[in-house]
Design a protein around this ligand. Structure first.
Ligand code: PMP
Length: 406
């Protein structure tokens, strides 16, 4: 494969030329939300300027164009993820996707005596919906724990997969530790025991080649805004048999074939789950994002980010009093850390004044913070558009503000 000119790639992202507080922006918060290349911004702009109409309703030219653009995005996503387009429900993001499974799949099926298995490293989006289901059905939640490195305790997880377990929901990649879970092996094991699996792919889809079919899960959720697409876009992939069997989650227009007061005939999946006017422009943008990522190549993106991660890990490890959380076997480009004697928020606030954008807090992962016995960490998350020079500047900035705080 031809070498990529990463400086040119970076130049595709308009926001990265910004200054904040008089300093060049160093954006290290891509796990929170990713920046957008010009092609995505232009696709959204072009949609509103030239094609704007509602989908699946009007026979006029613009209506047809809008429908083709929206369904075209579904097709691009299907190819990108290696699944069937009619198994992709387009929605507002991972949070909605997981809630859809919770309400449409789990709620009617689970009852007292059933169990759901989660892991200690889940984002709240993959915890709270299951707690709501558990409260309403009487099912219980069991938690797979982590080892010292921040990897899943696979033996412990296996031991949890007992006959009362109906669902295993776990993240593909941890948004805090960067841990890449062996979801293929885990889902295969669960499937052998008749347990349905949901994988939260929010932090995987933007960073590595994805083949959902090969993972062999039942549900895969992801969010568009972390993978160079607009906010308010996301995808739930589900096996067709589940989509056929599940009742709709949200009712309204677009999701029906015929409505009578005596009873309504729902549309076929995936449309059955897409009530109301969708985020059409958002998905046009997400389609453009998929084109952009595909042209770069996810394997190249993964290699680039791995190199940046190794470099950043070495640079941060050299800083006095800095502790990195987790050292999993396979790790995505996320570094959670604390500096001895400095509060996470203070550090992040002072780094902001240096132009460095990182996140501080619990990262929507309270149970993981409880595991490490800290209320918060700082988190630097990298993307392919970051540079080695930015990491040098980031490390120098930590060293500078550390002296102010400690
Ligand atoms: N799961 C994980 C692992 C995440 O990192 C995030 C976003 N931080 C979510 C779920 C939720 O995604 P969204 O807010 O886009 O629904």
């Amino acid at each position: 494969a031809a070498a990529v000119d990463w400086a040119r790639v970076r130049a595709d992202f308009p926001v990265l030329t910004r200054e904040v507080h008089g300093k060049p922006l160093i954006y290290l918060d891509s796990a929170n939300t990713g920046q957008k290349p010009a092609s995505v911004i232009e696709a959204v702009d072009d949609f509103y300027r030239r094609h704007n109409a509602n989908v699946s309703r009007a026979v006029h030219a613009l209506g047809t164009e809008a429908t083709e653009a929206y369904e075209g995005a579904r097709g691009k996503l299907a190819k990108f993820l290696n699944v069937r387009a009619d198994e992709l429900v387009l929605c507002s993001g991972t949070t909605f996707a997981i809630n859809l499974v919770a309400y449409s799949w789990a709620l009617p099926r689970l009852g007292p005596g059933d169990a759901i298995v989660l892991t200690r490293m889940e984002h709240h989006a993959n915890i709270v919906p299951w707690q709501l289901v558990a409260q309403r059905t009487g099912a219980t939640i069991k938690v797979a724990e982590l080892d010292d490195r921040g990897d899943l305790d696979l033996e412990g997880l296996r031991a949890l997969l007992t006959p009362e377990v109906k669902l295993l929901a776990l993240t593909h990649v941890s948004n805090v530790l960067g841990t890449v879970n062996p979801v293929r092996e885990i889902c295969r094991e669960a499937r052998r025991r008749g347990i349905v699996t949901l994988v939260d792919g929010s932090q995987a889809a933007p960073h590595r080649p994805l083949d959902i079919a090969a993972i062999g899960c039942d549900f895969y959720a992801l969010t568009g805004h972390k993978m160079s697409g607009p906010t308010g876009t996301g995808v739930l992939w589900a096996r067709r048999e589940h989509l056929e069997a599940m009742p709709p989650f949200i009712g309204g227009g677009e999701m029906i074939k015929e409505v009578r007061f005596e009873g309504t005939v729902f549309n076929d999946p995936p449309h059955k789950f897409e009530a109301g006017t969708p985020n059409i422009a958002g998905f046009v943008g997400l389609g453009a994002a998929v084109d952009y990522l595909s042209a770069l190549g996810m394997a190249r993106i993964e290699a680039r980010e791995q190199a940046l991660l190794d470099y950043a890990t070495a640079a941060l490890s050299a800083i006095d009093g800095l502790r990195i959380f987790g050292a999993p076997k396979e790790k995505a480009a996320v570094i959670s850390f604390l500096v001895e004697g400095a509060h996470a928020h203070d550090l992040a606030t002072l780094l902001d004044l240096e132009g460095v954008a990182i996140r501080s807090g619990h990262h929507c992962a309270h149970p993981l913070m409880q595991h490490f016995g800290v209320p918060a960490t700082c988190r630097a998350s990298l993307a392919f558009y970051n540079t080695f020079e930015e990491i040098d500047a980031f490390a120098a900035a930590i060293d500078k503000v550390r002296r102010l705080l400690v």
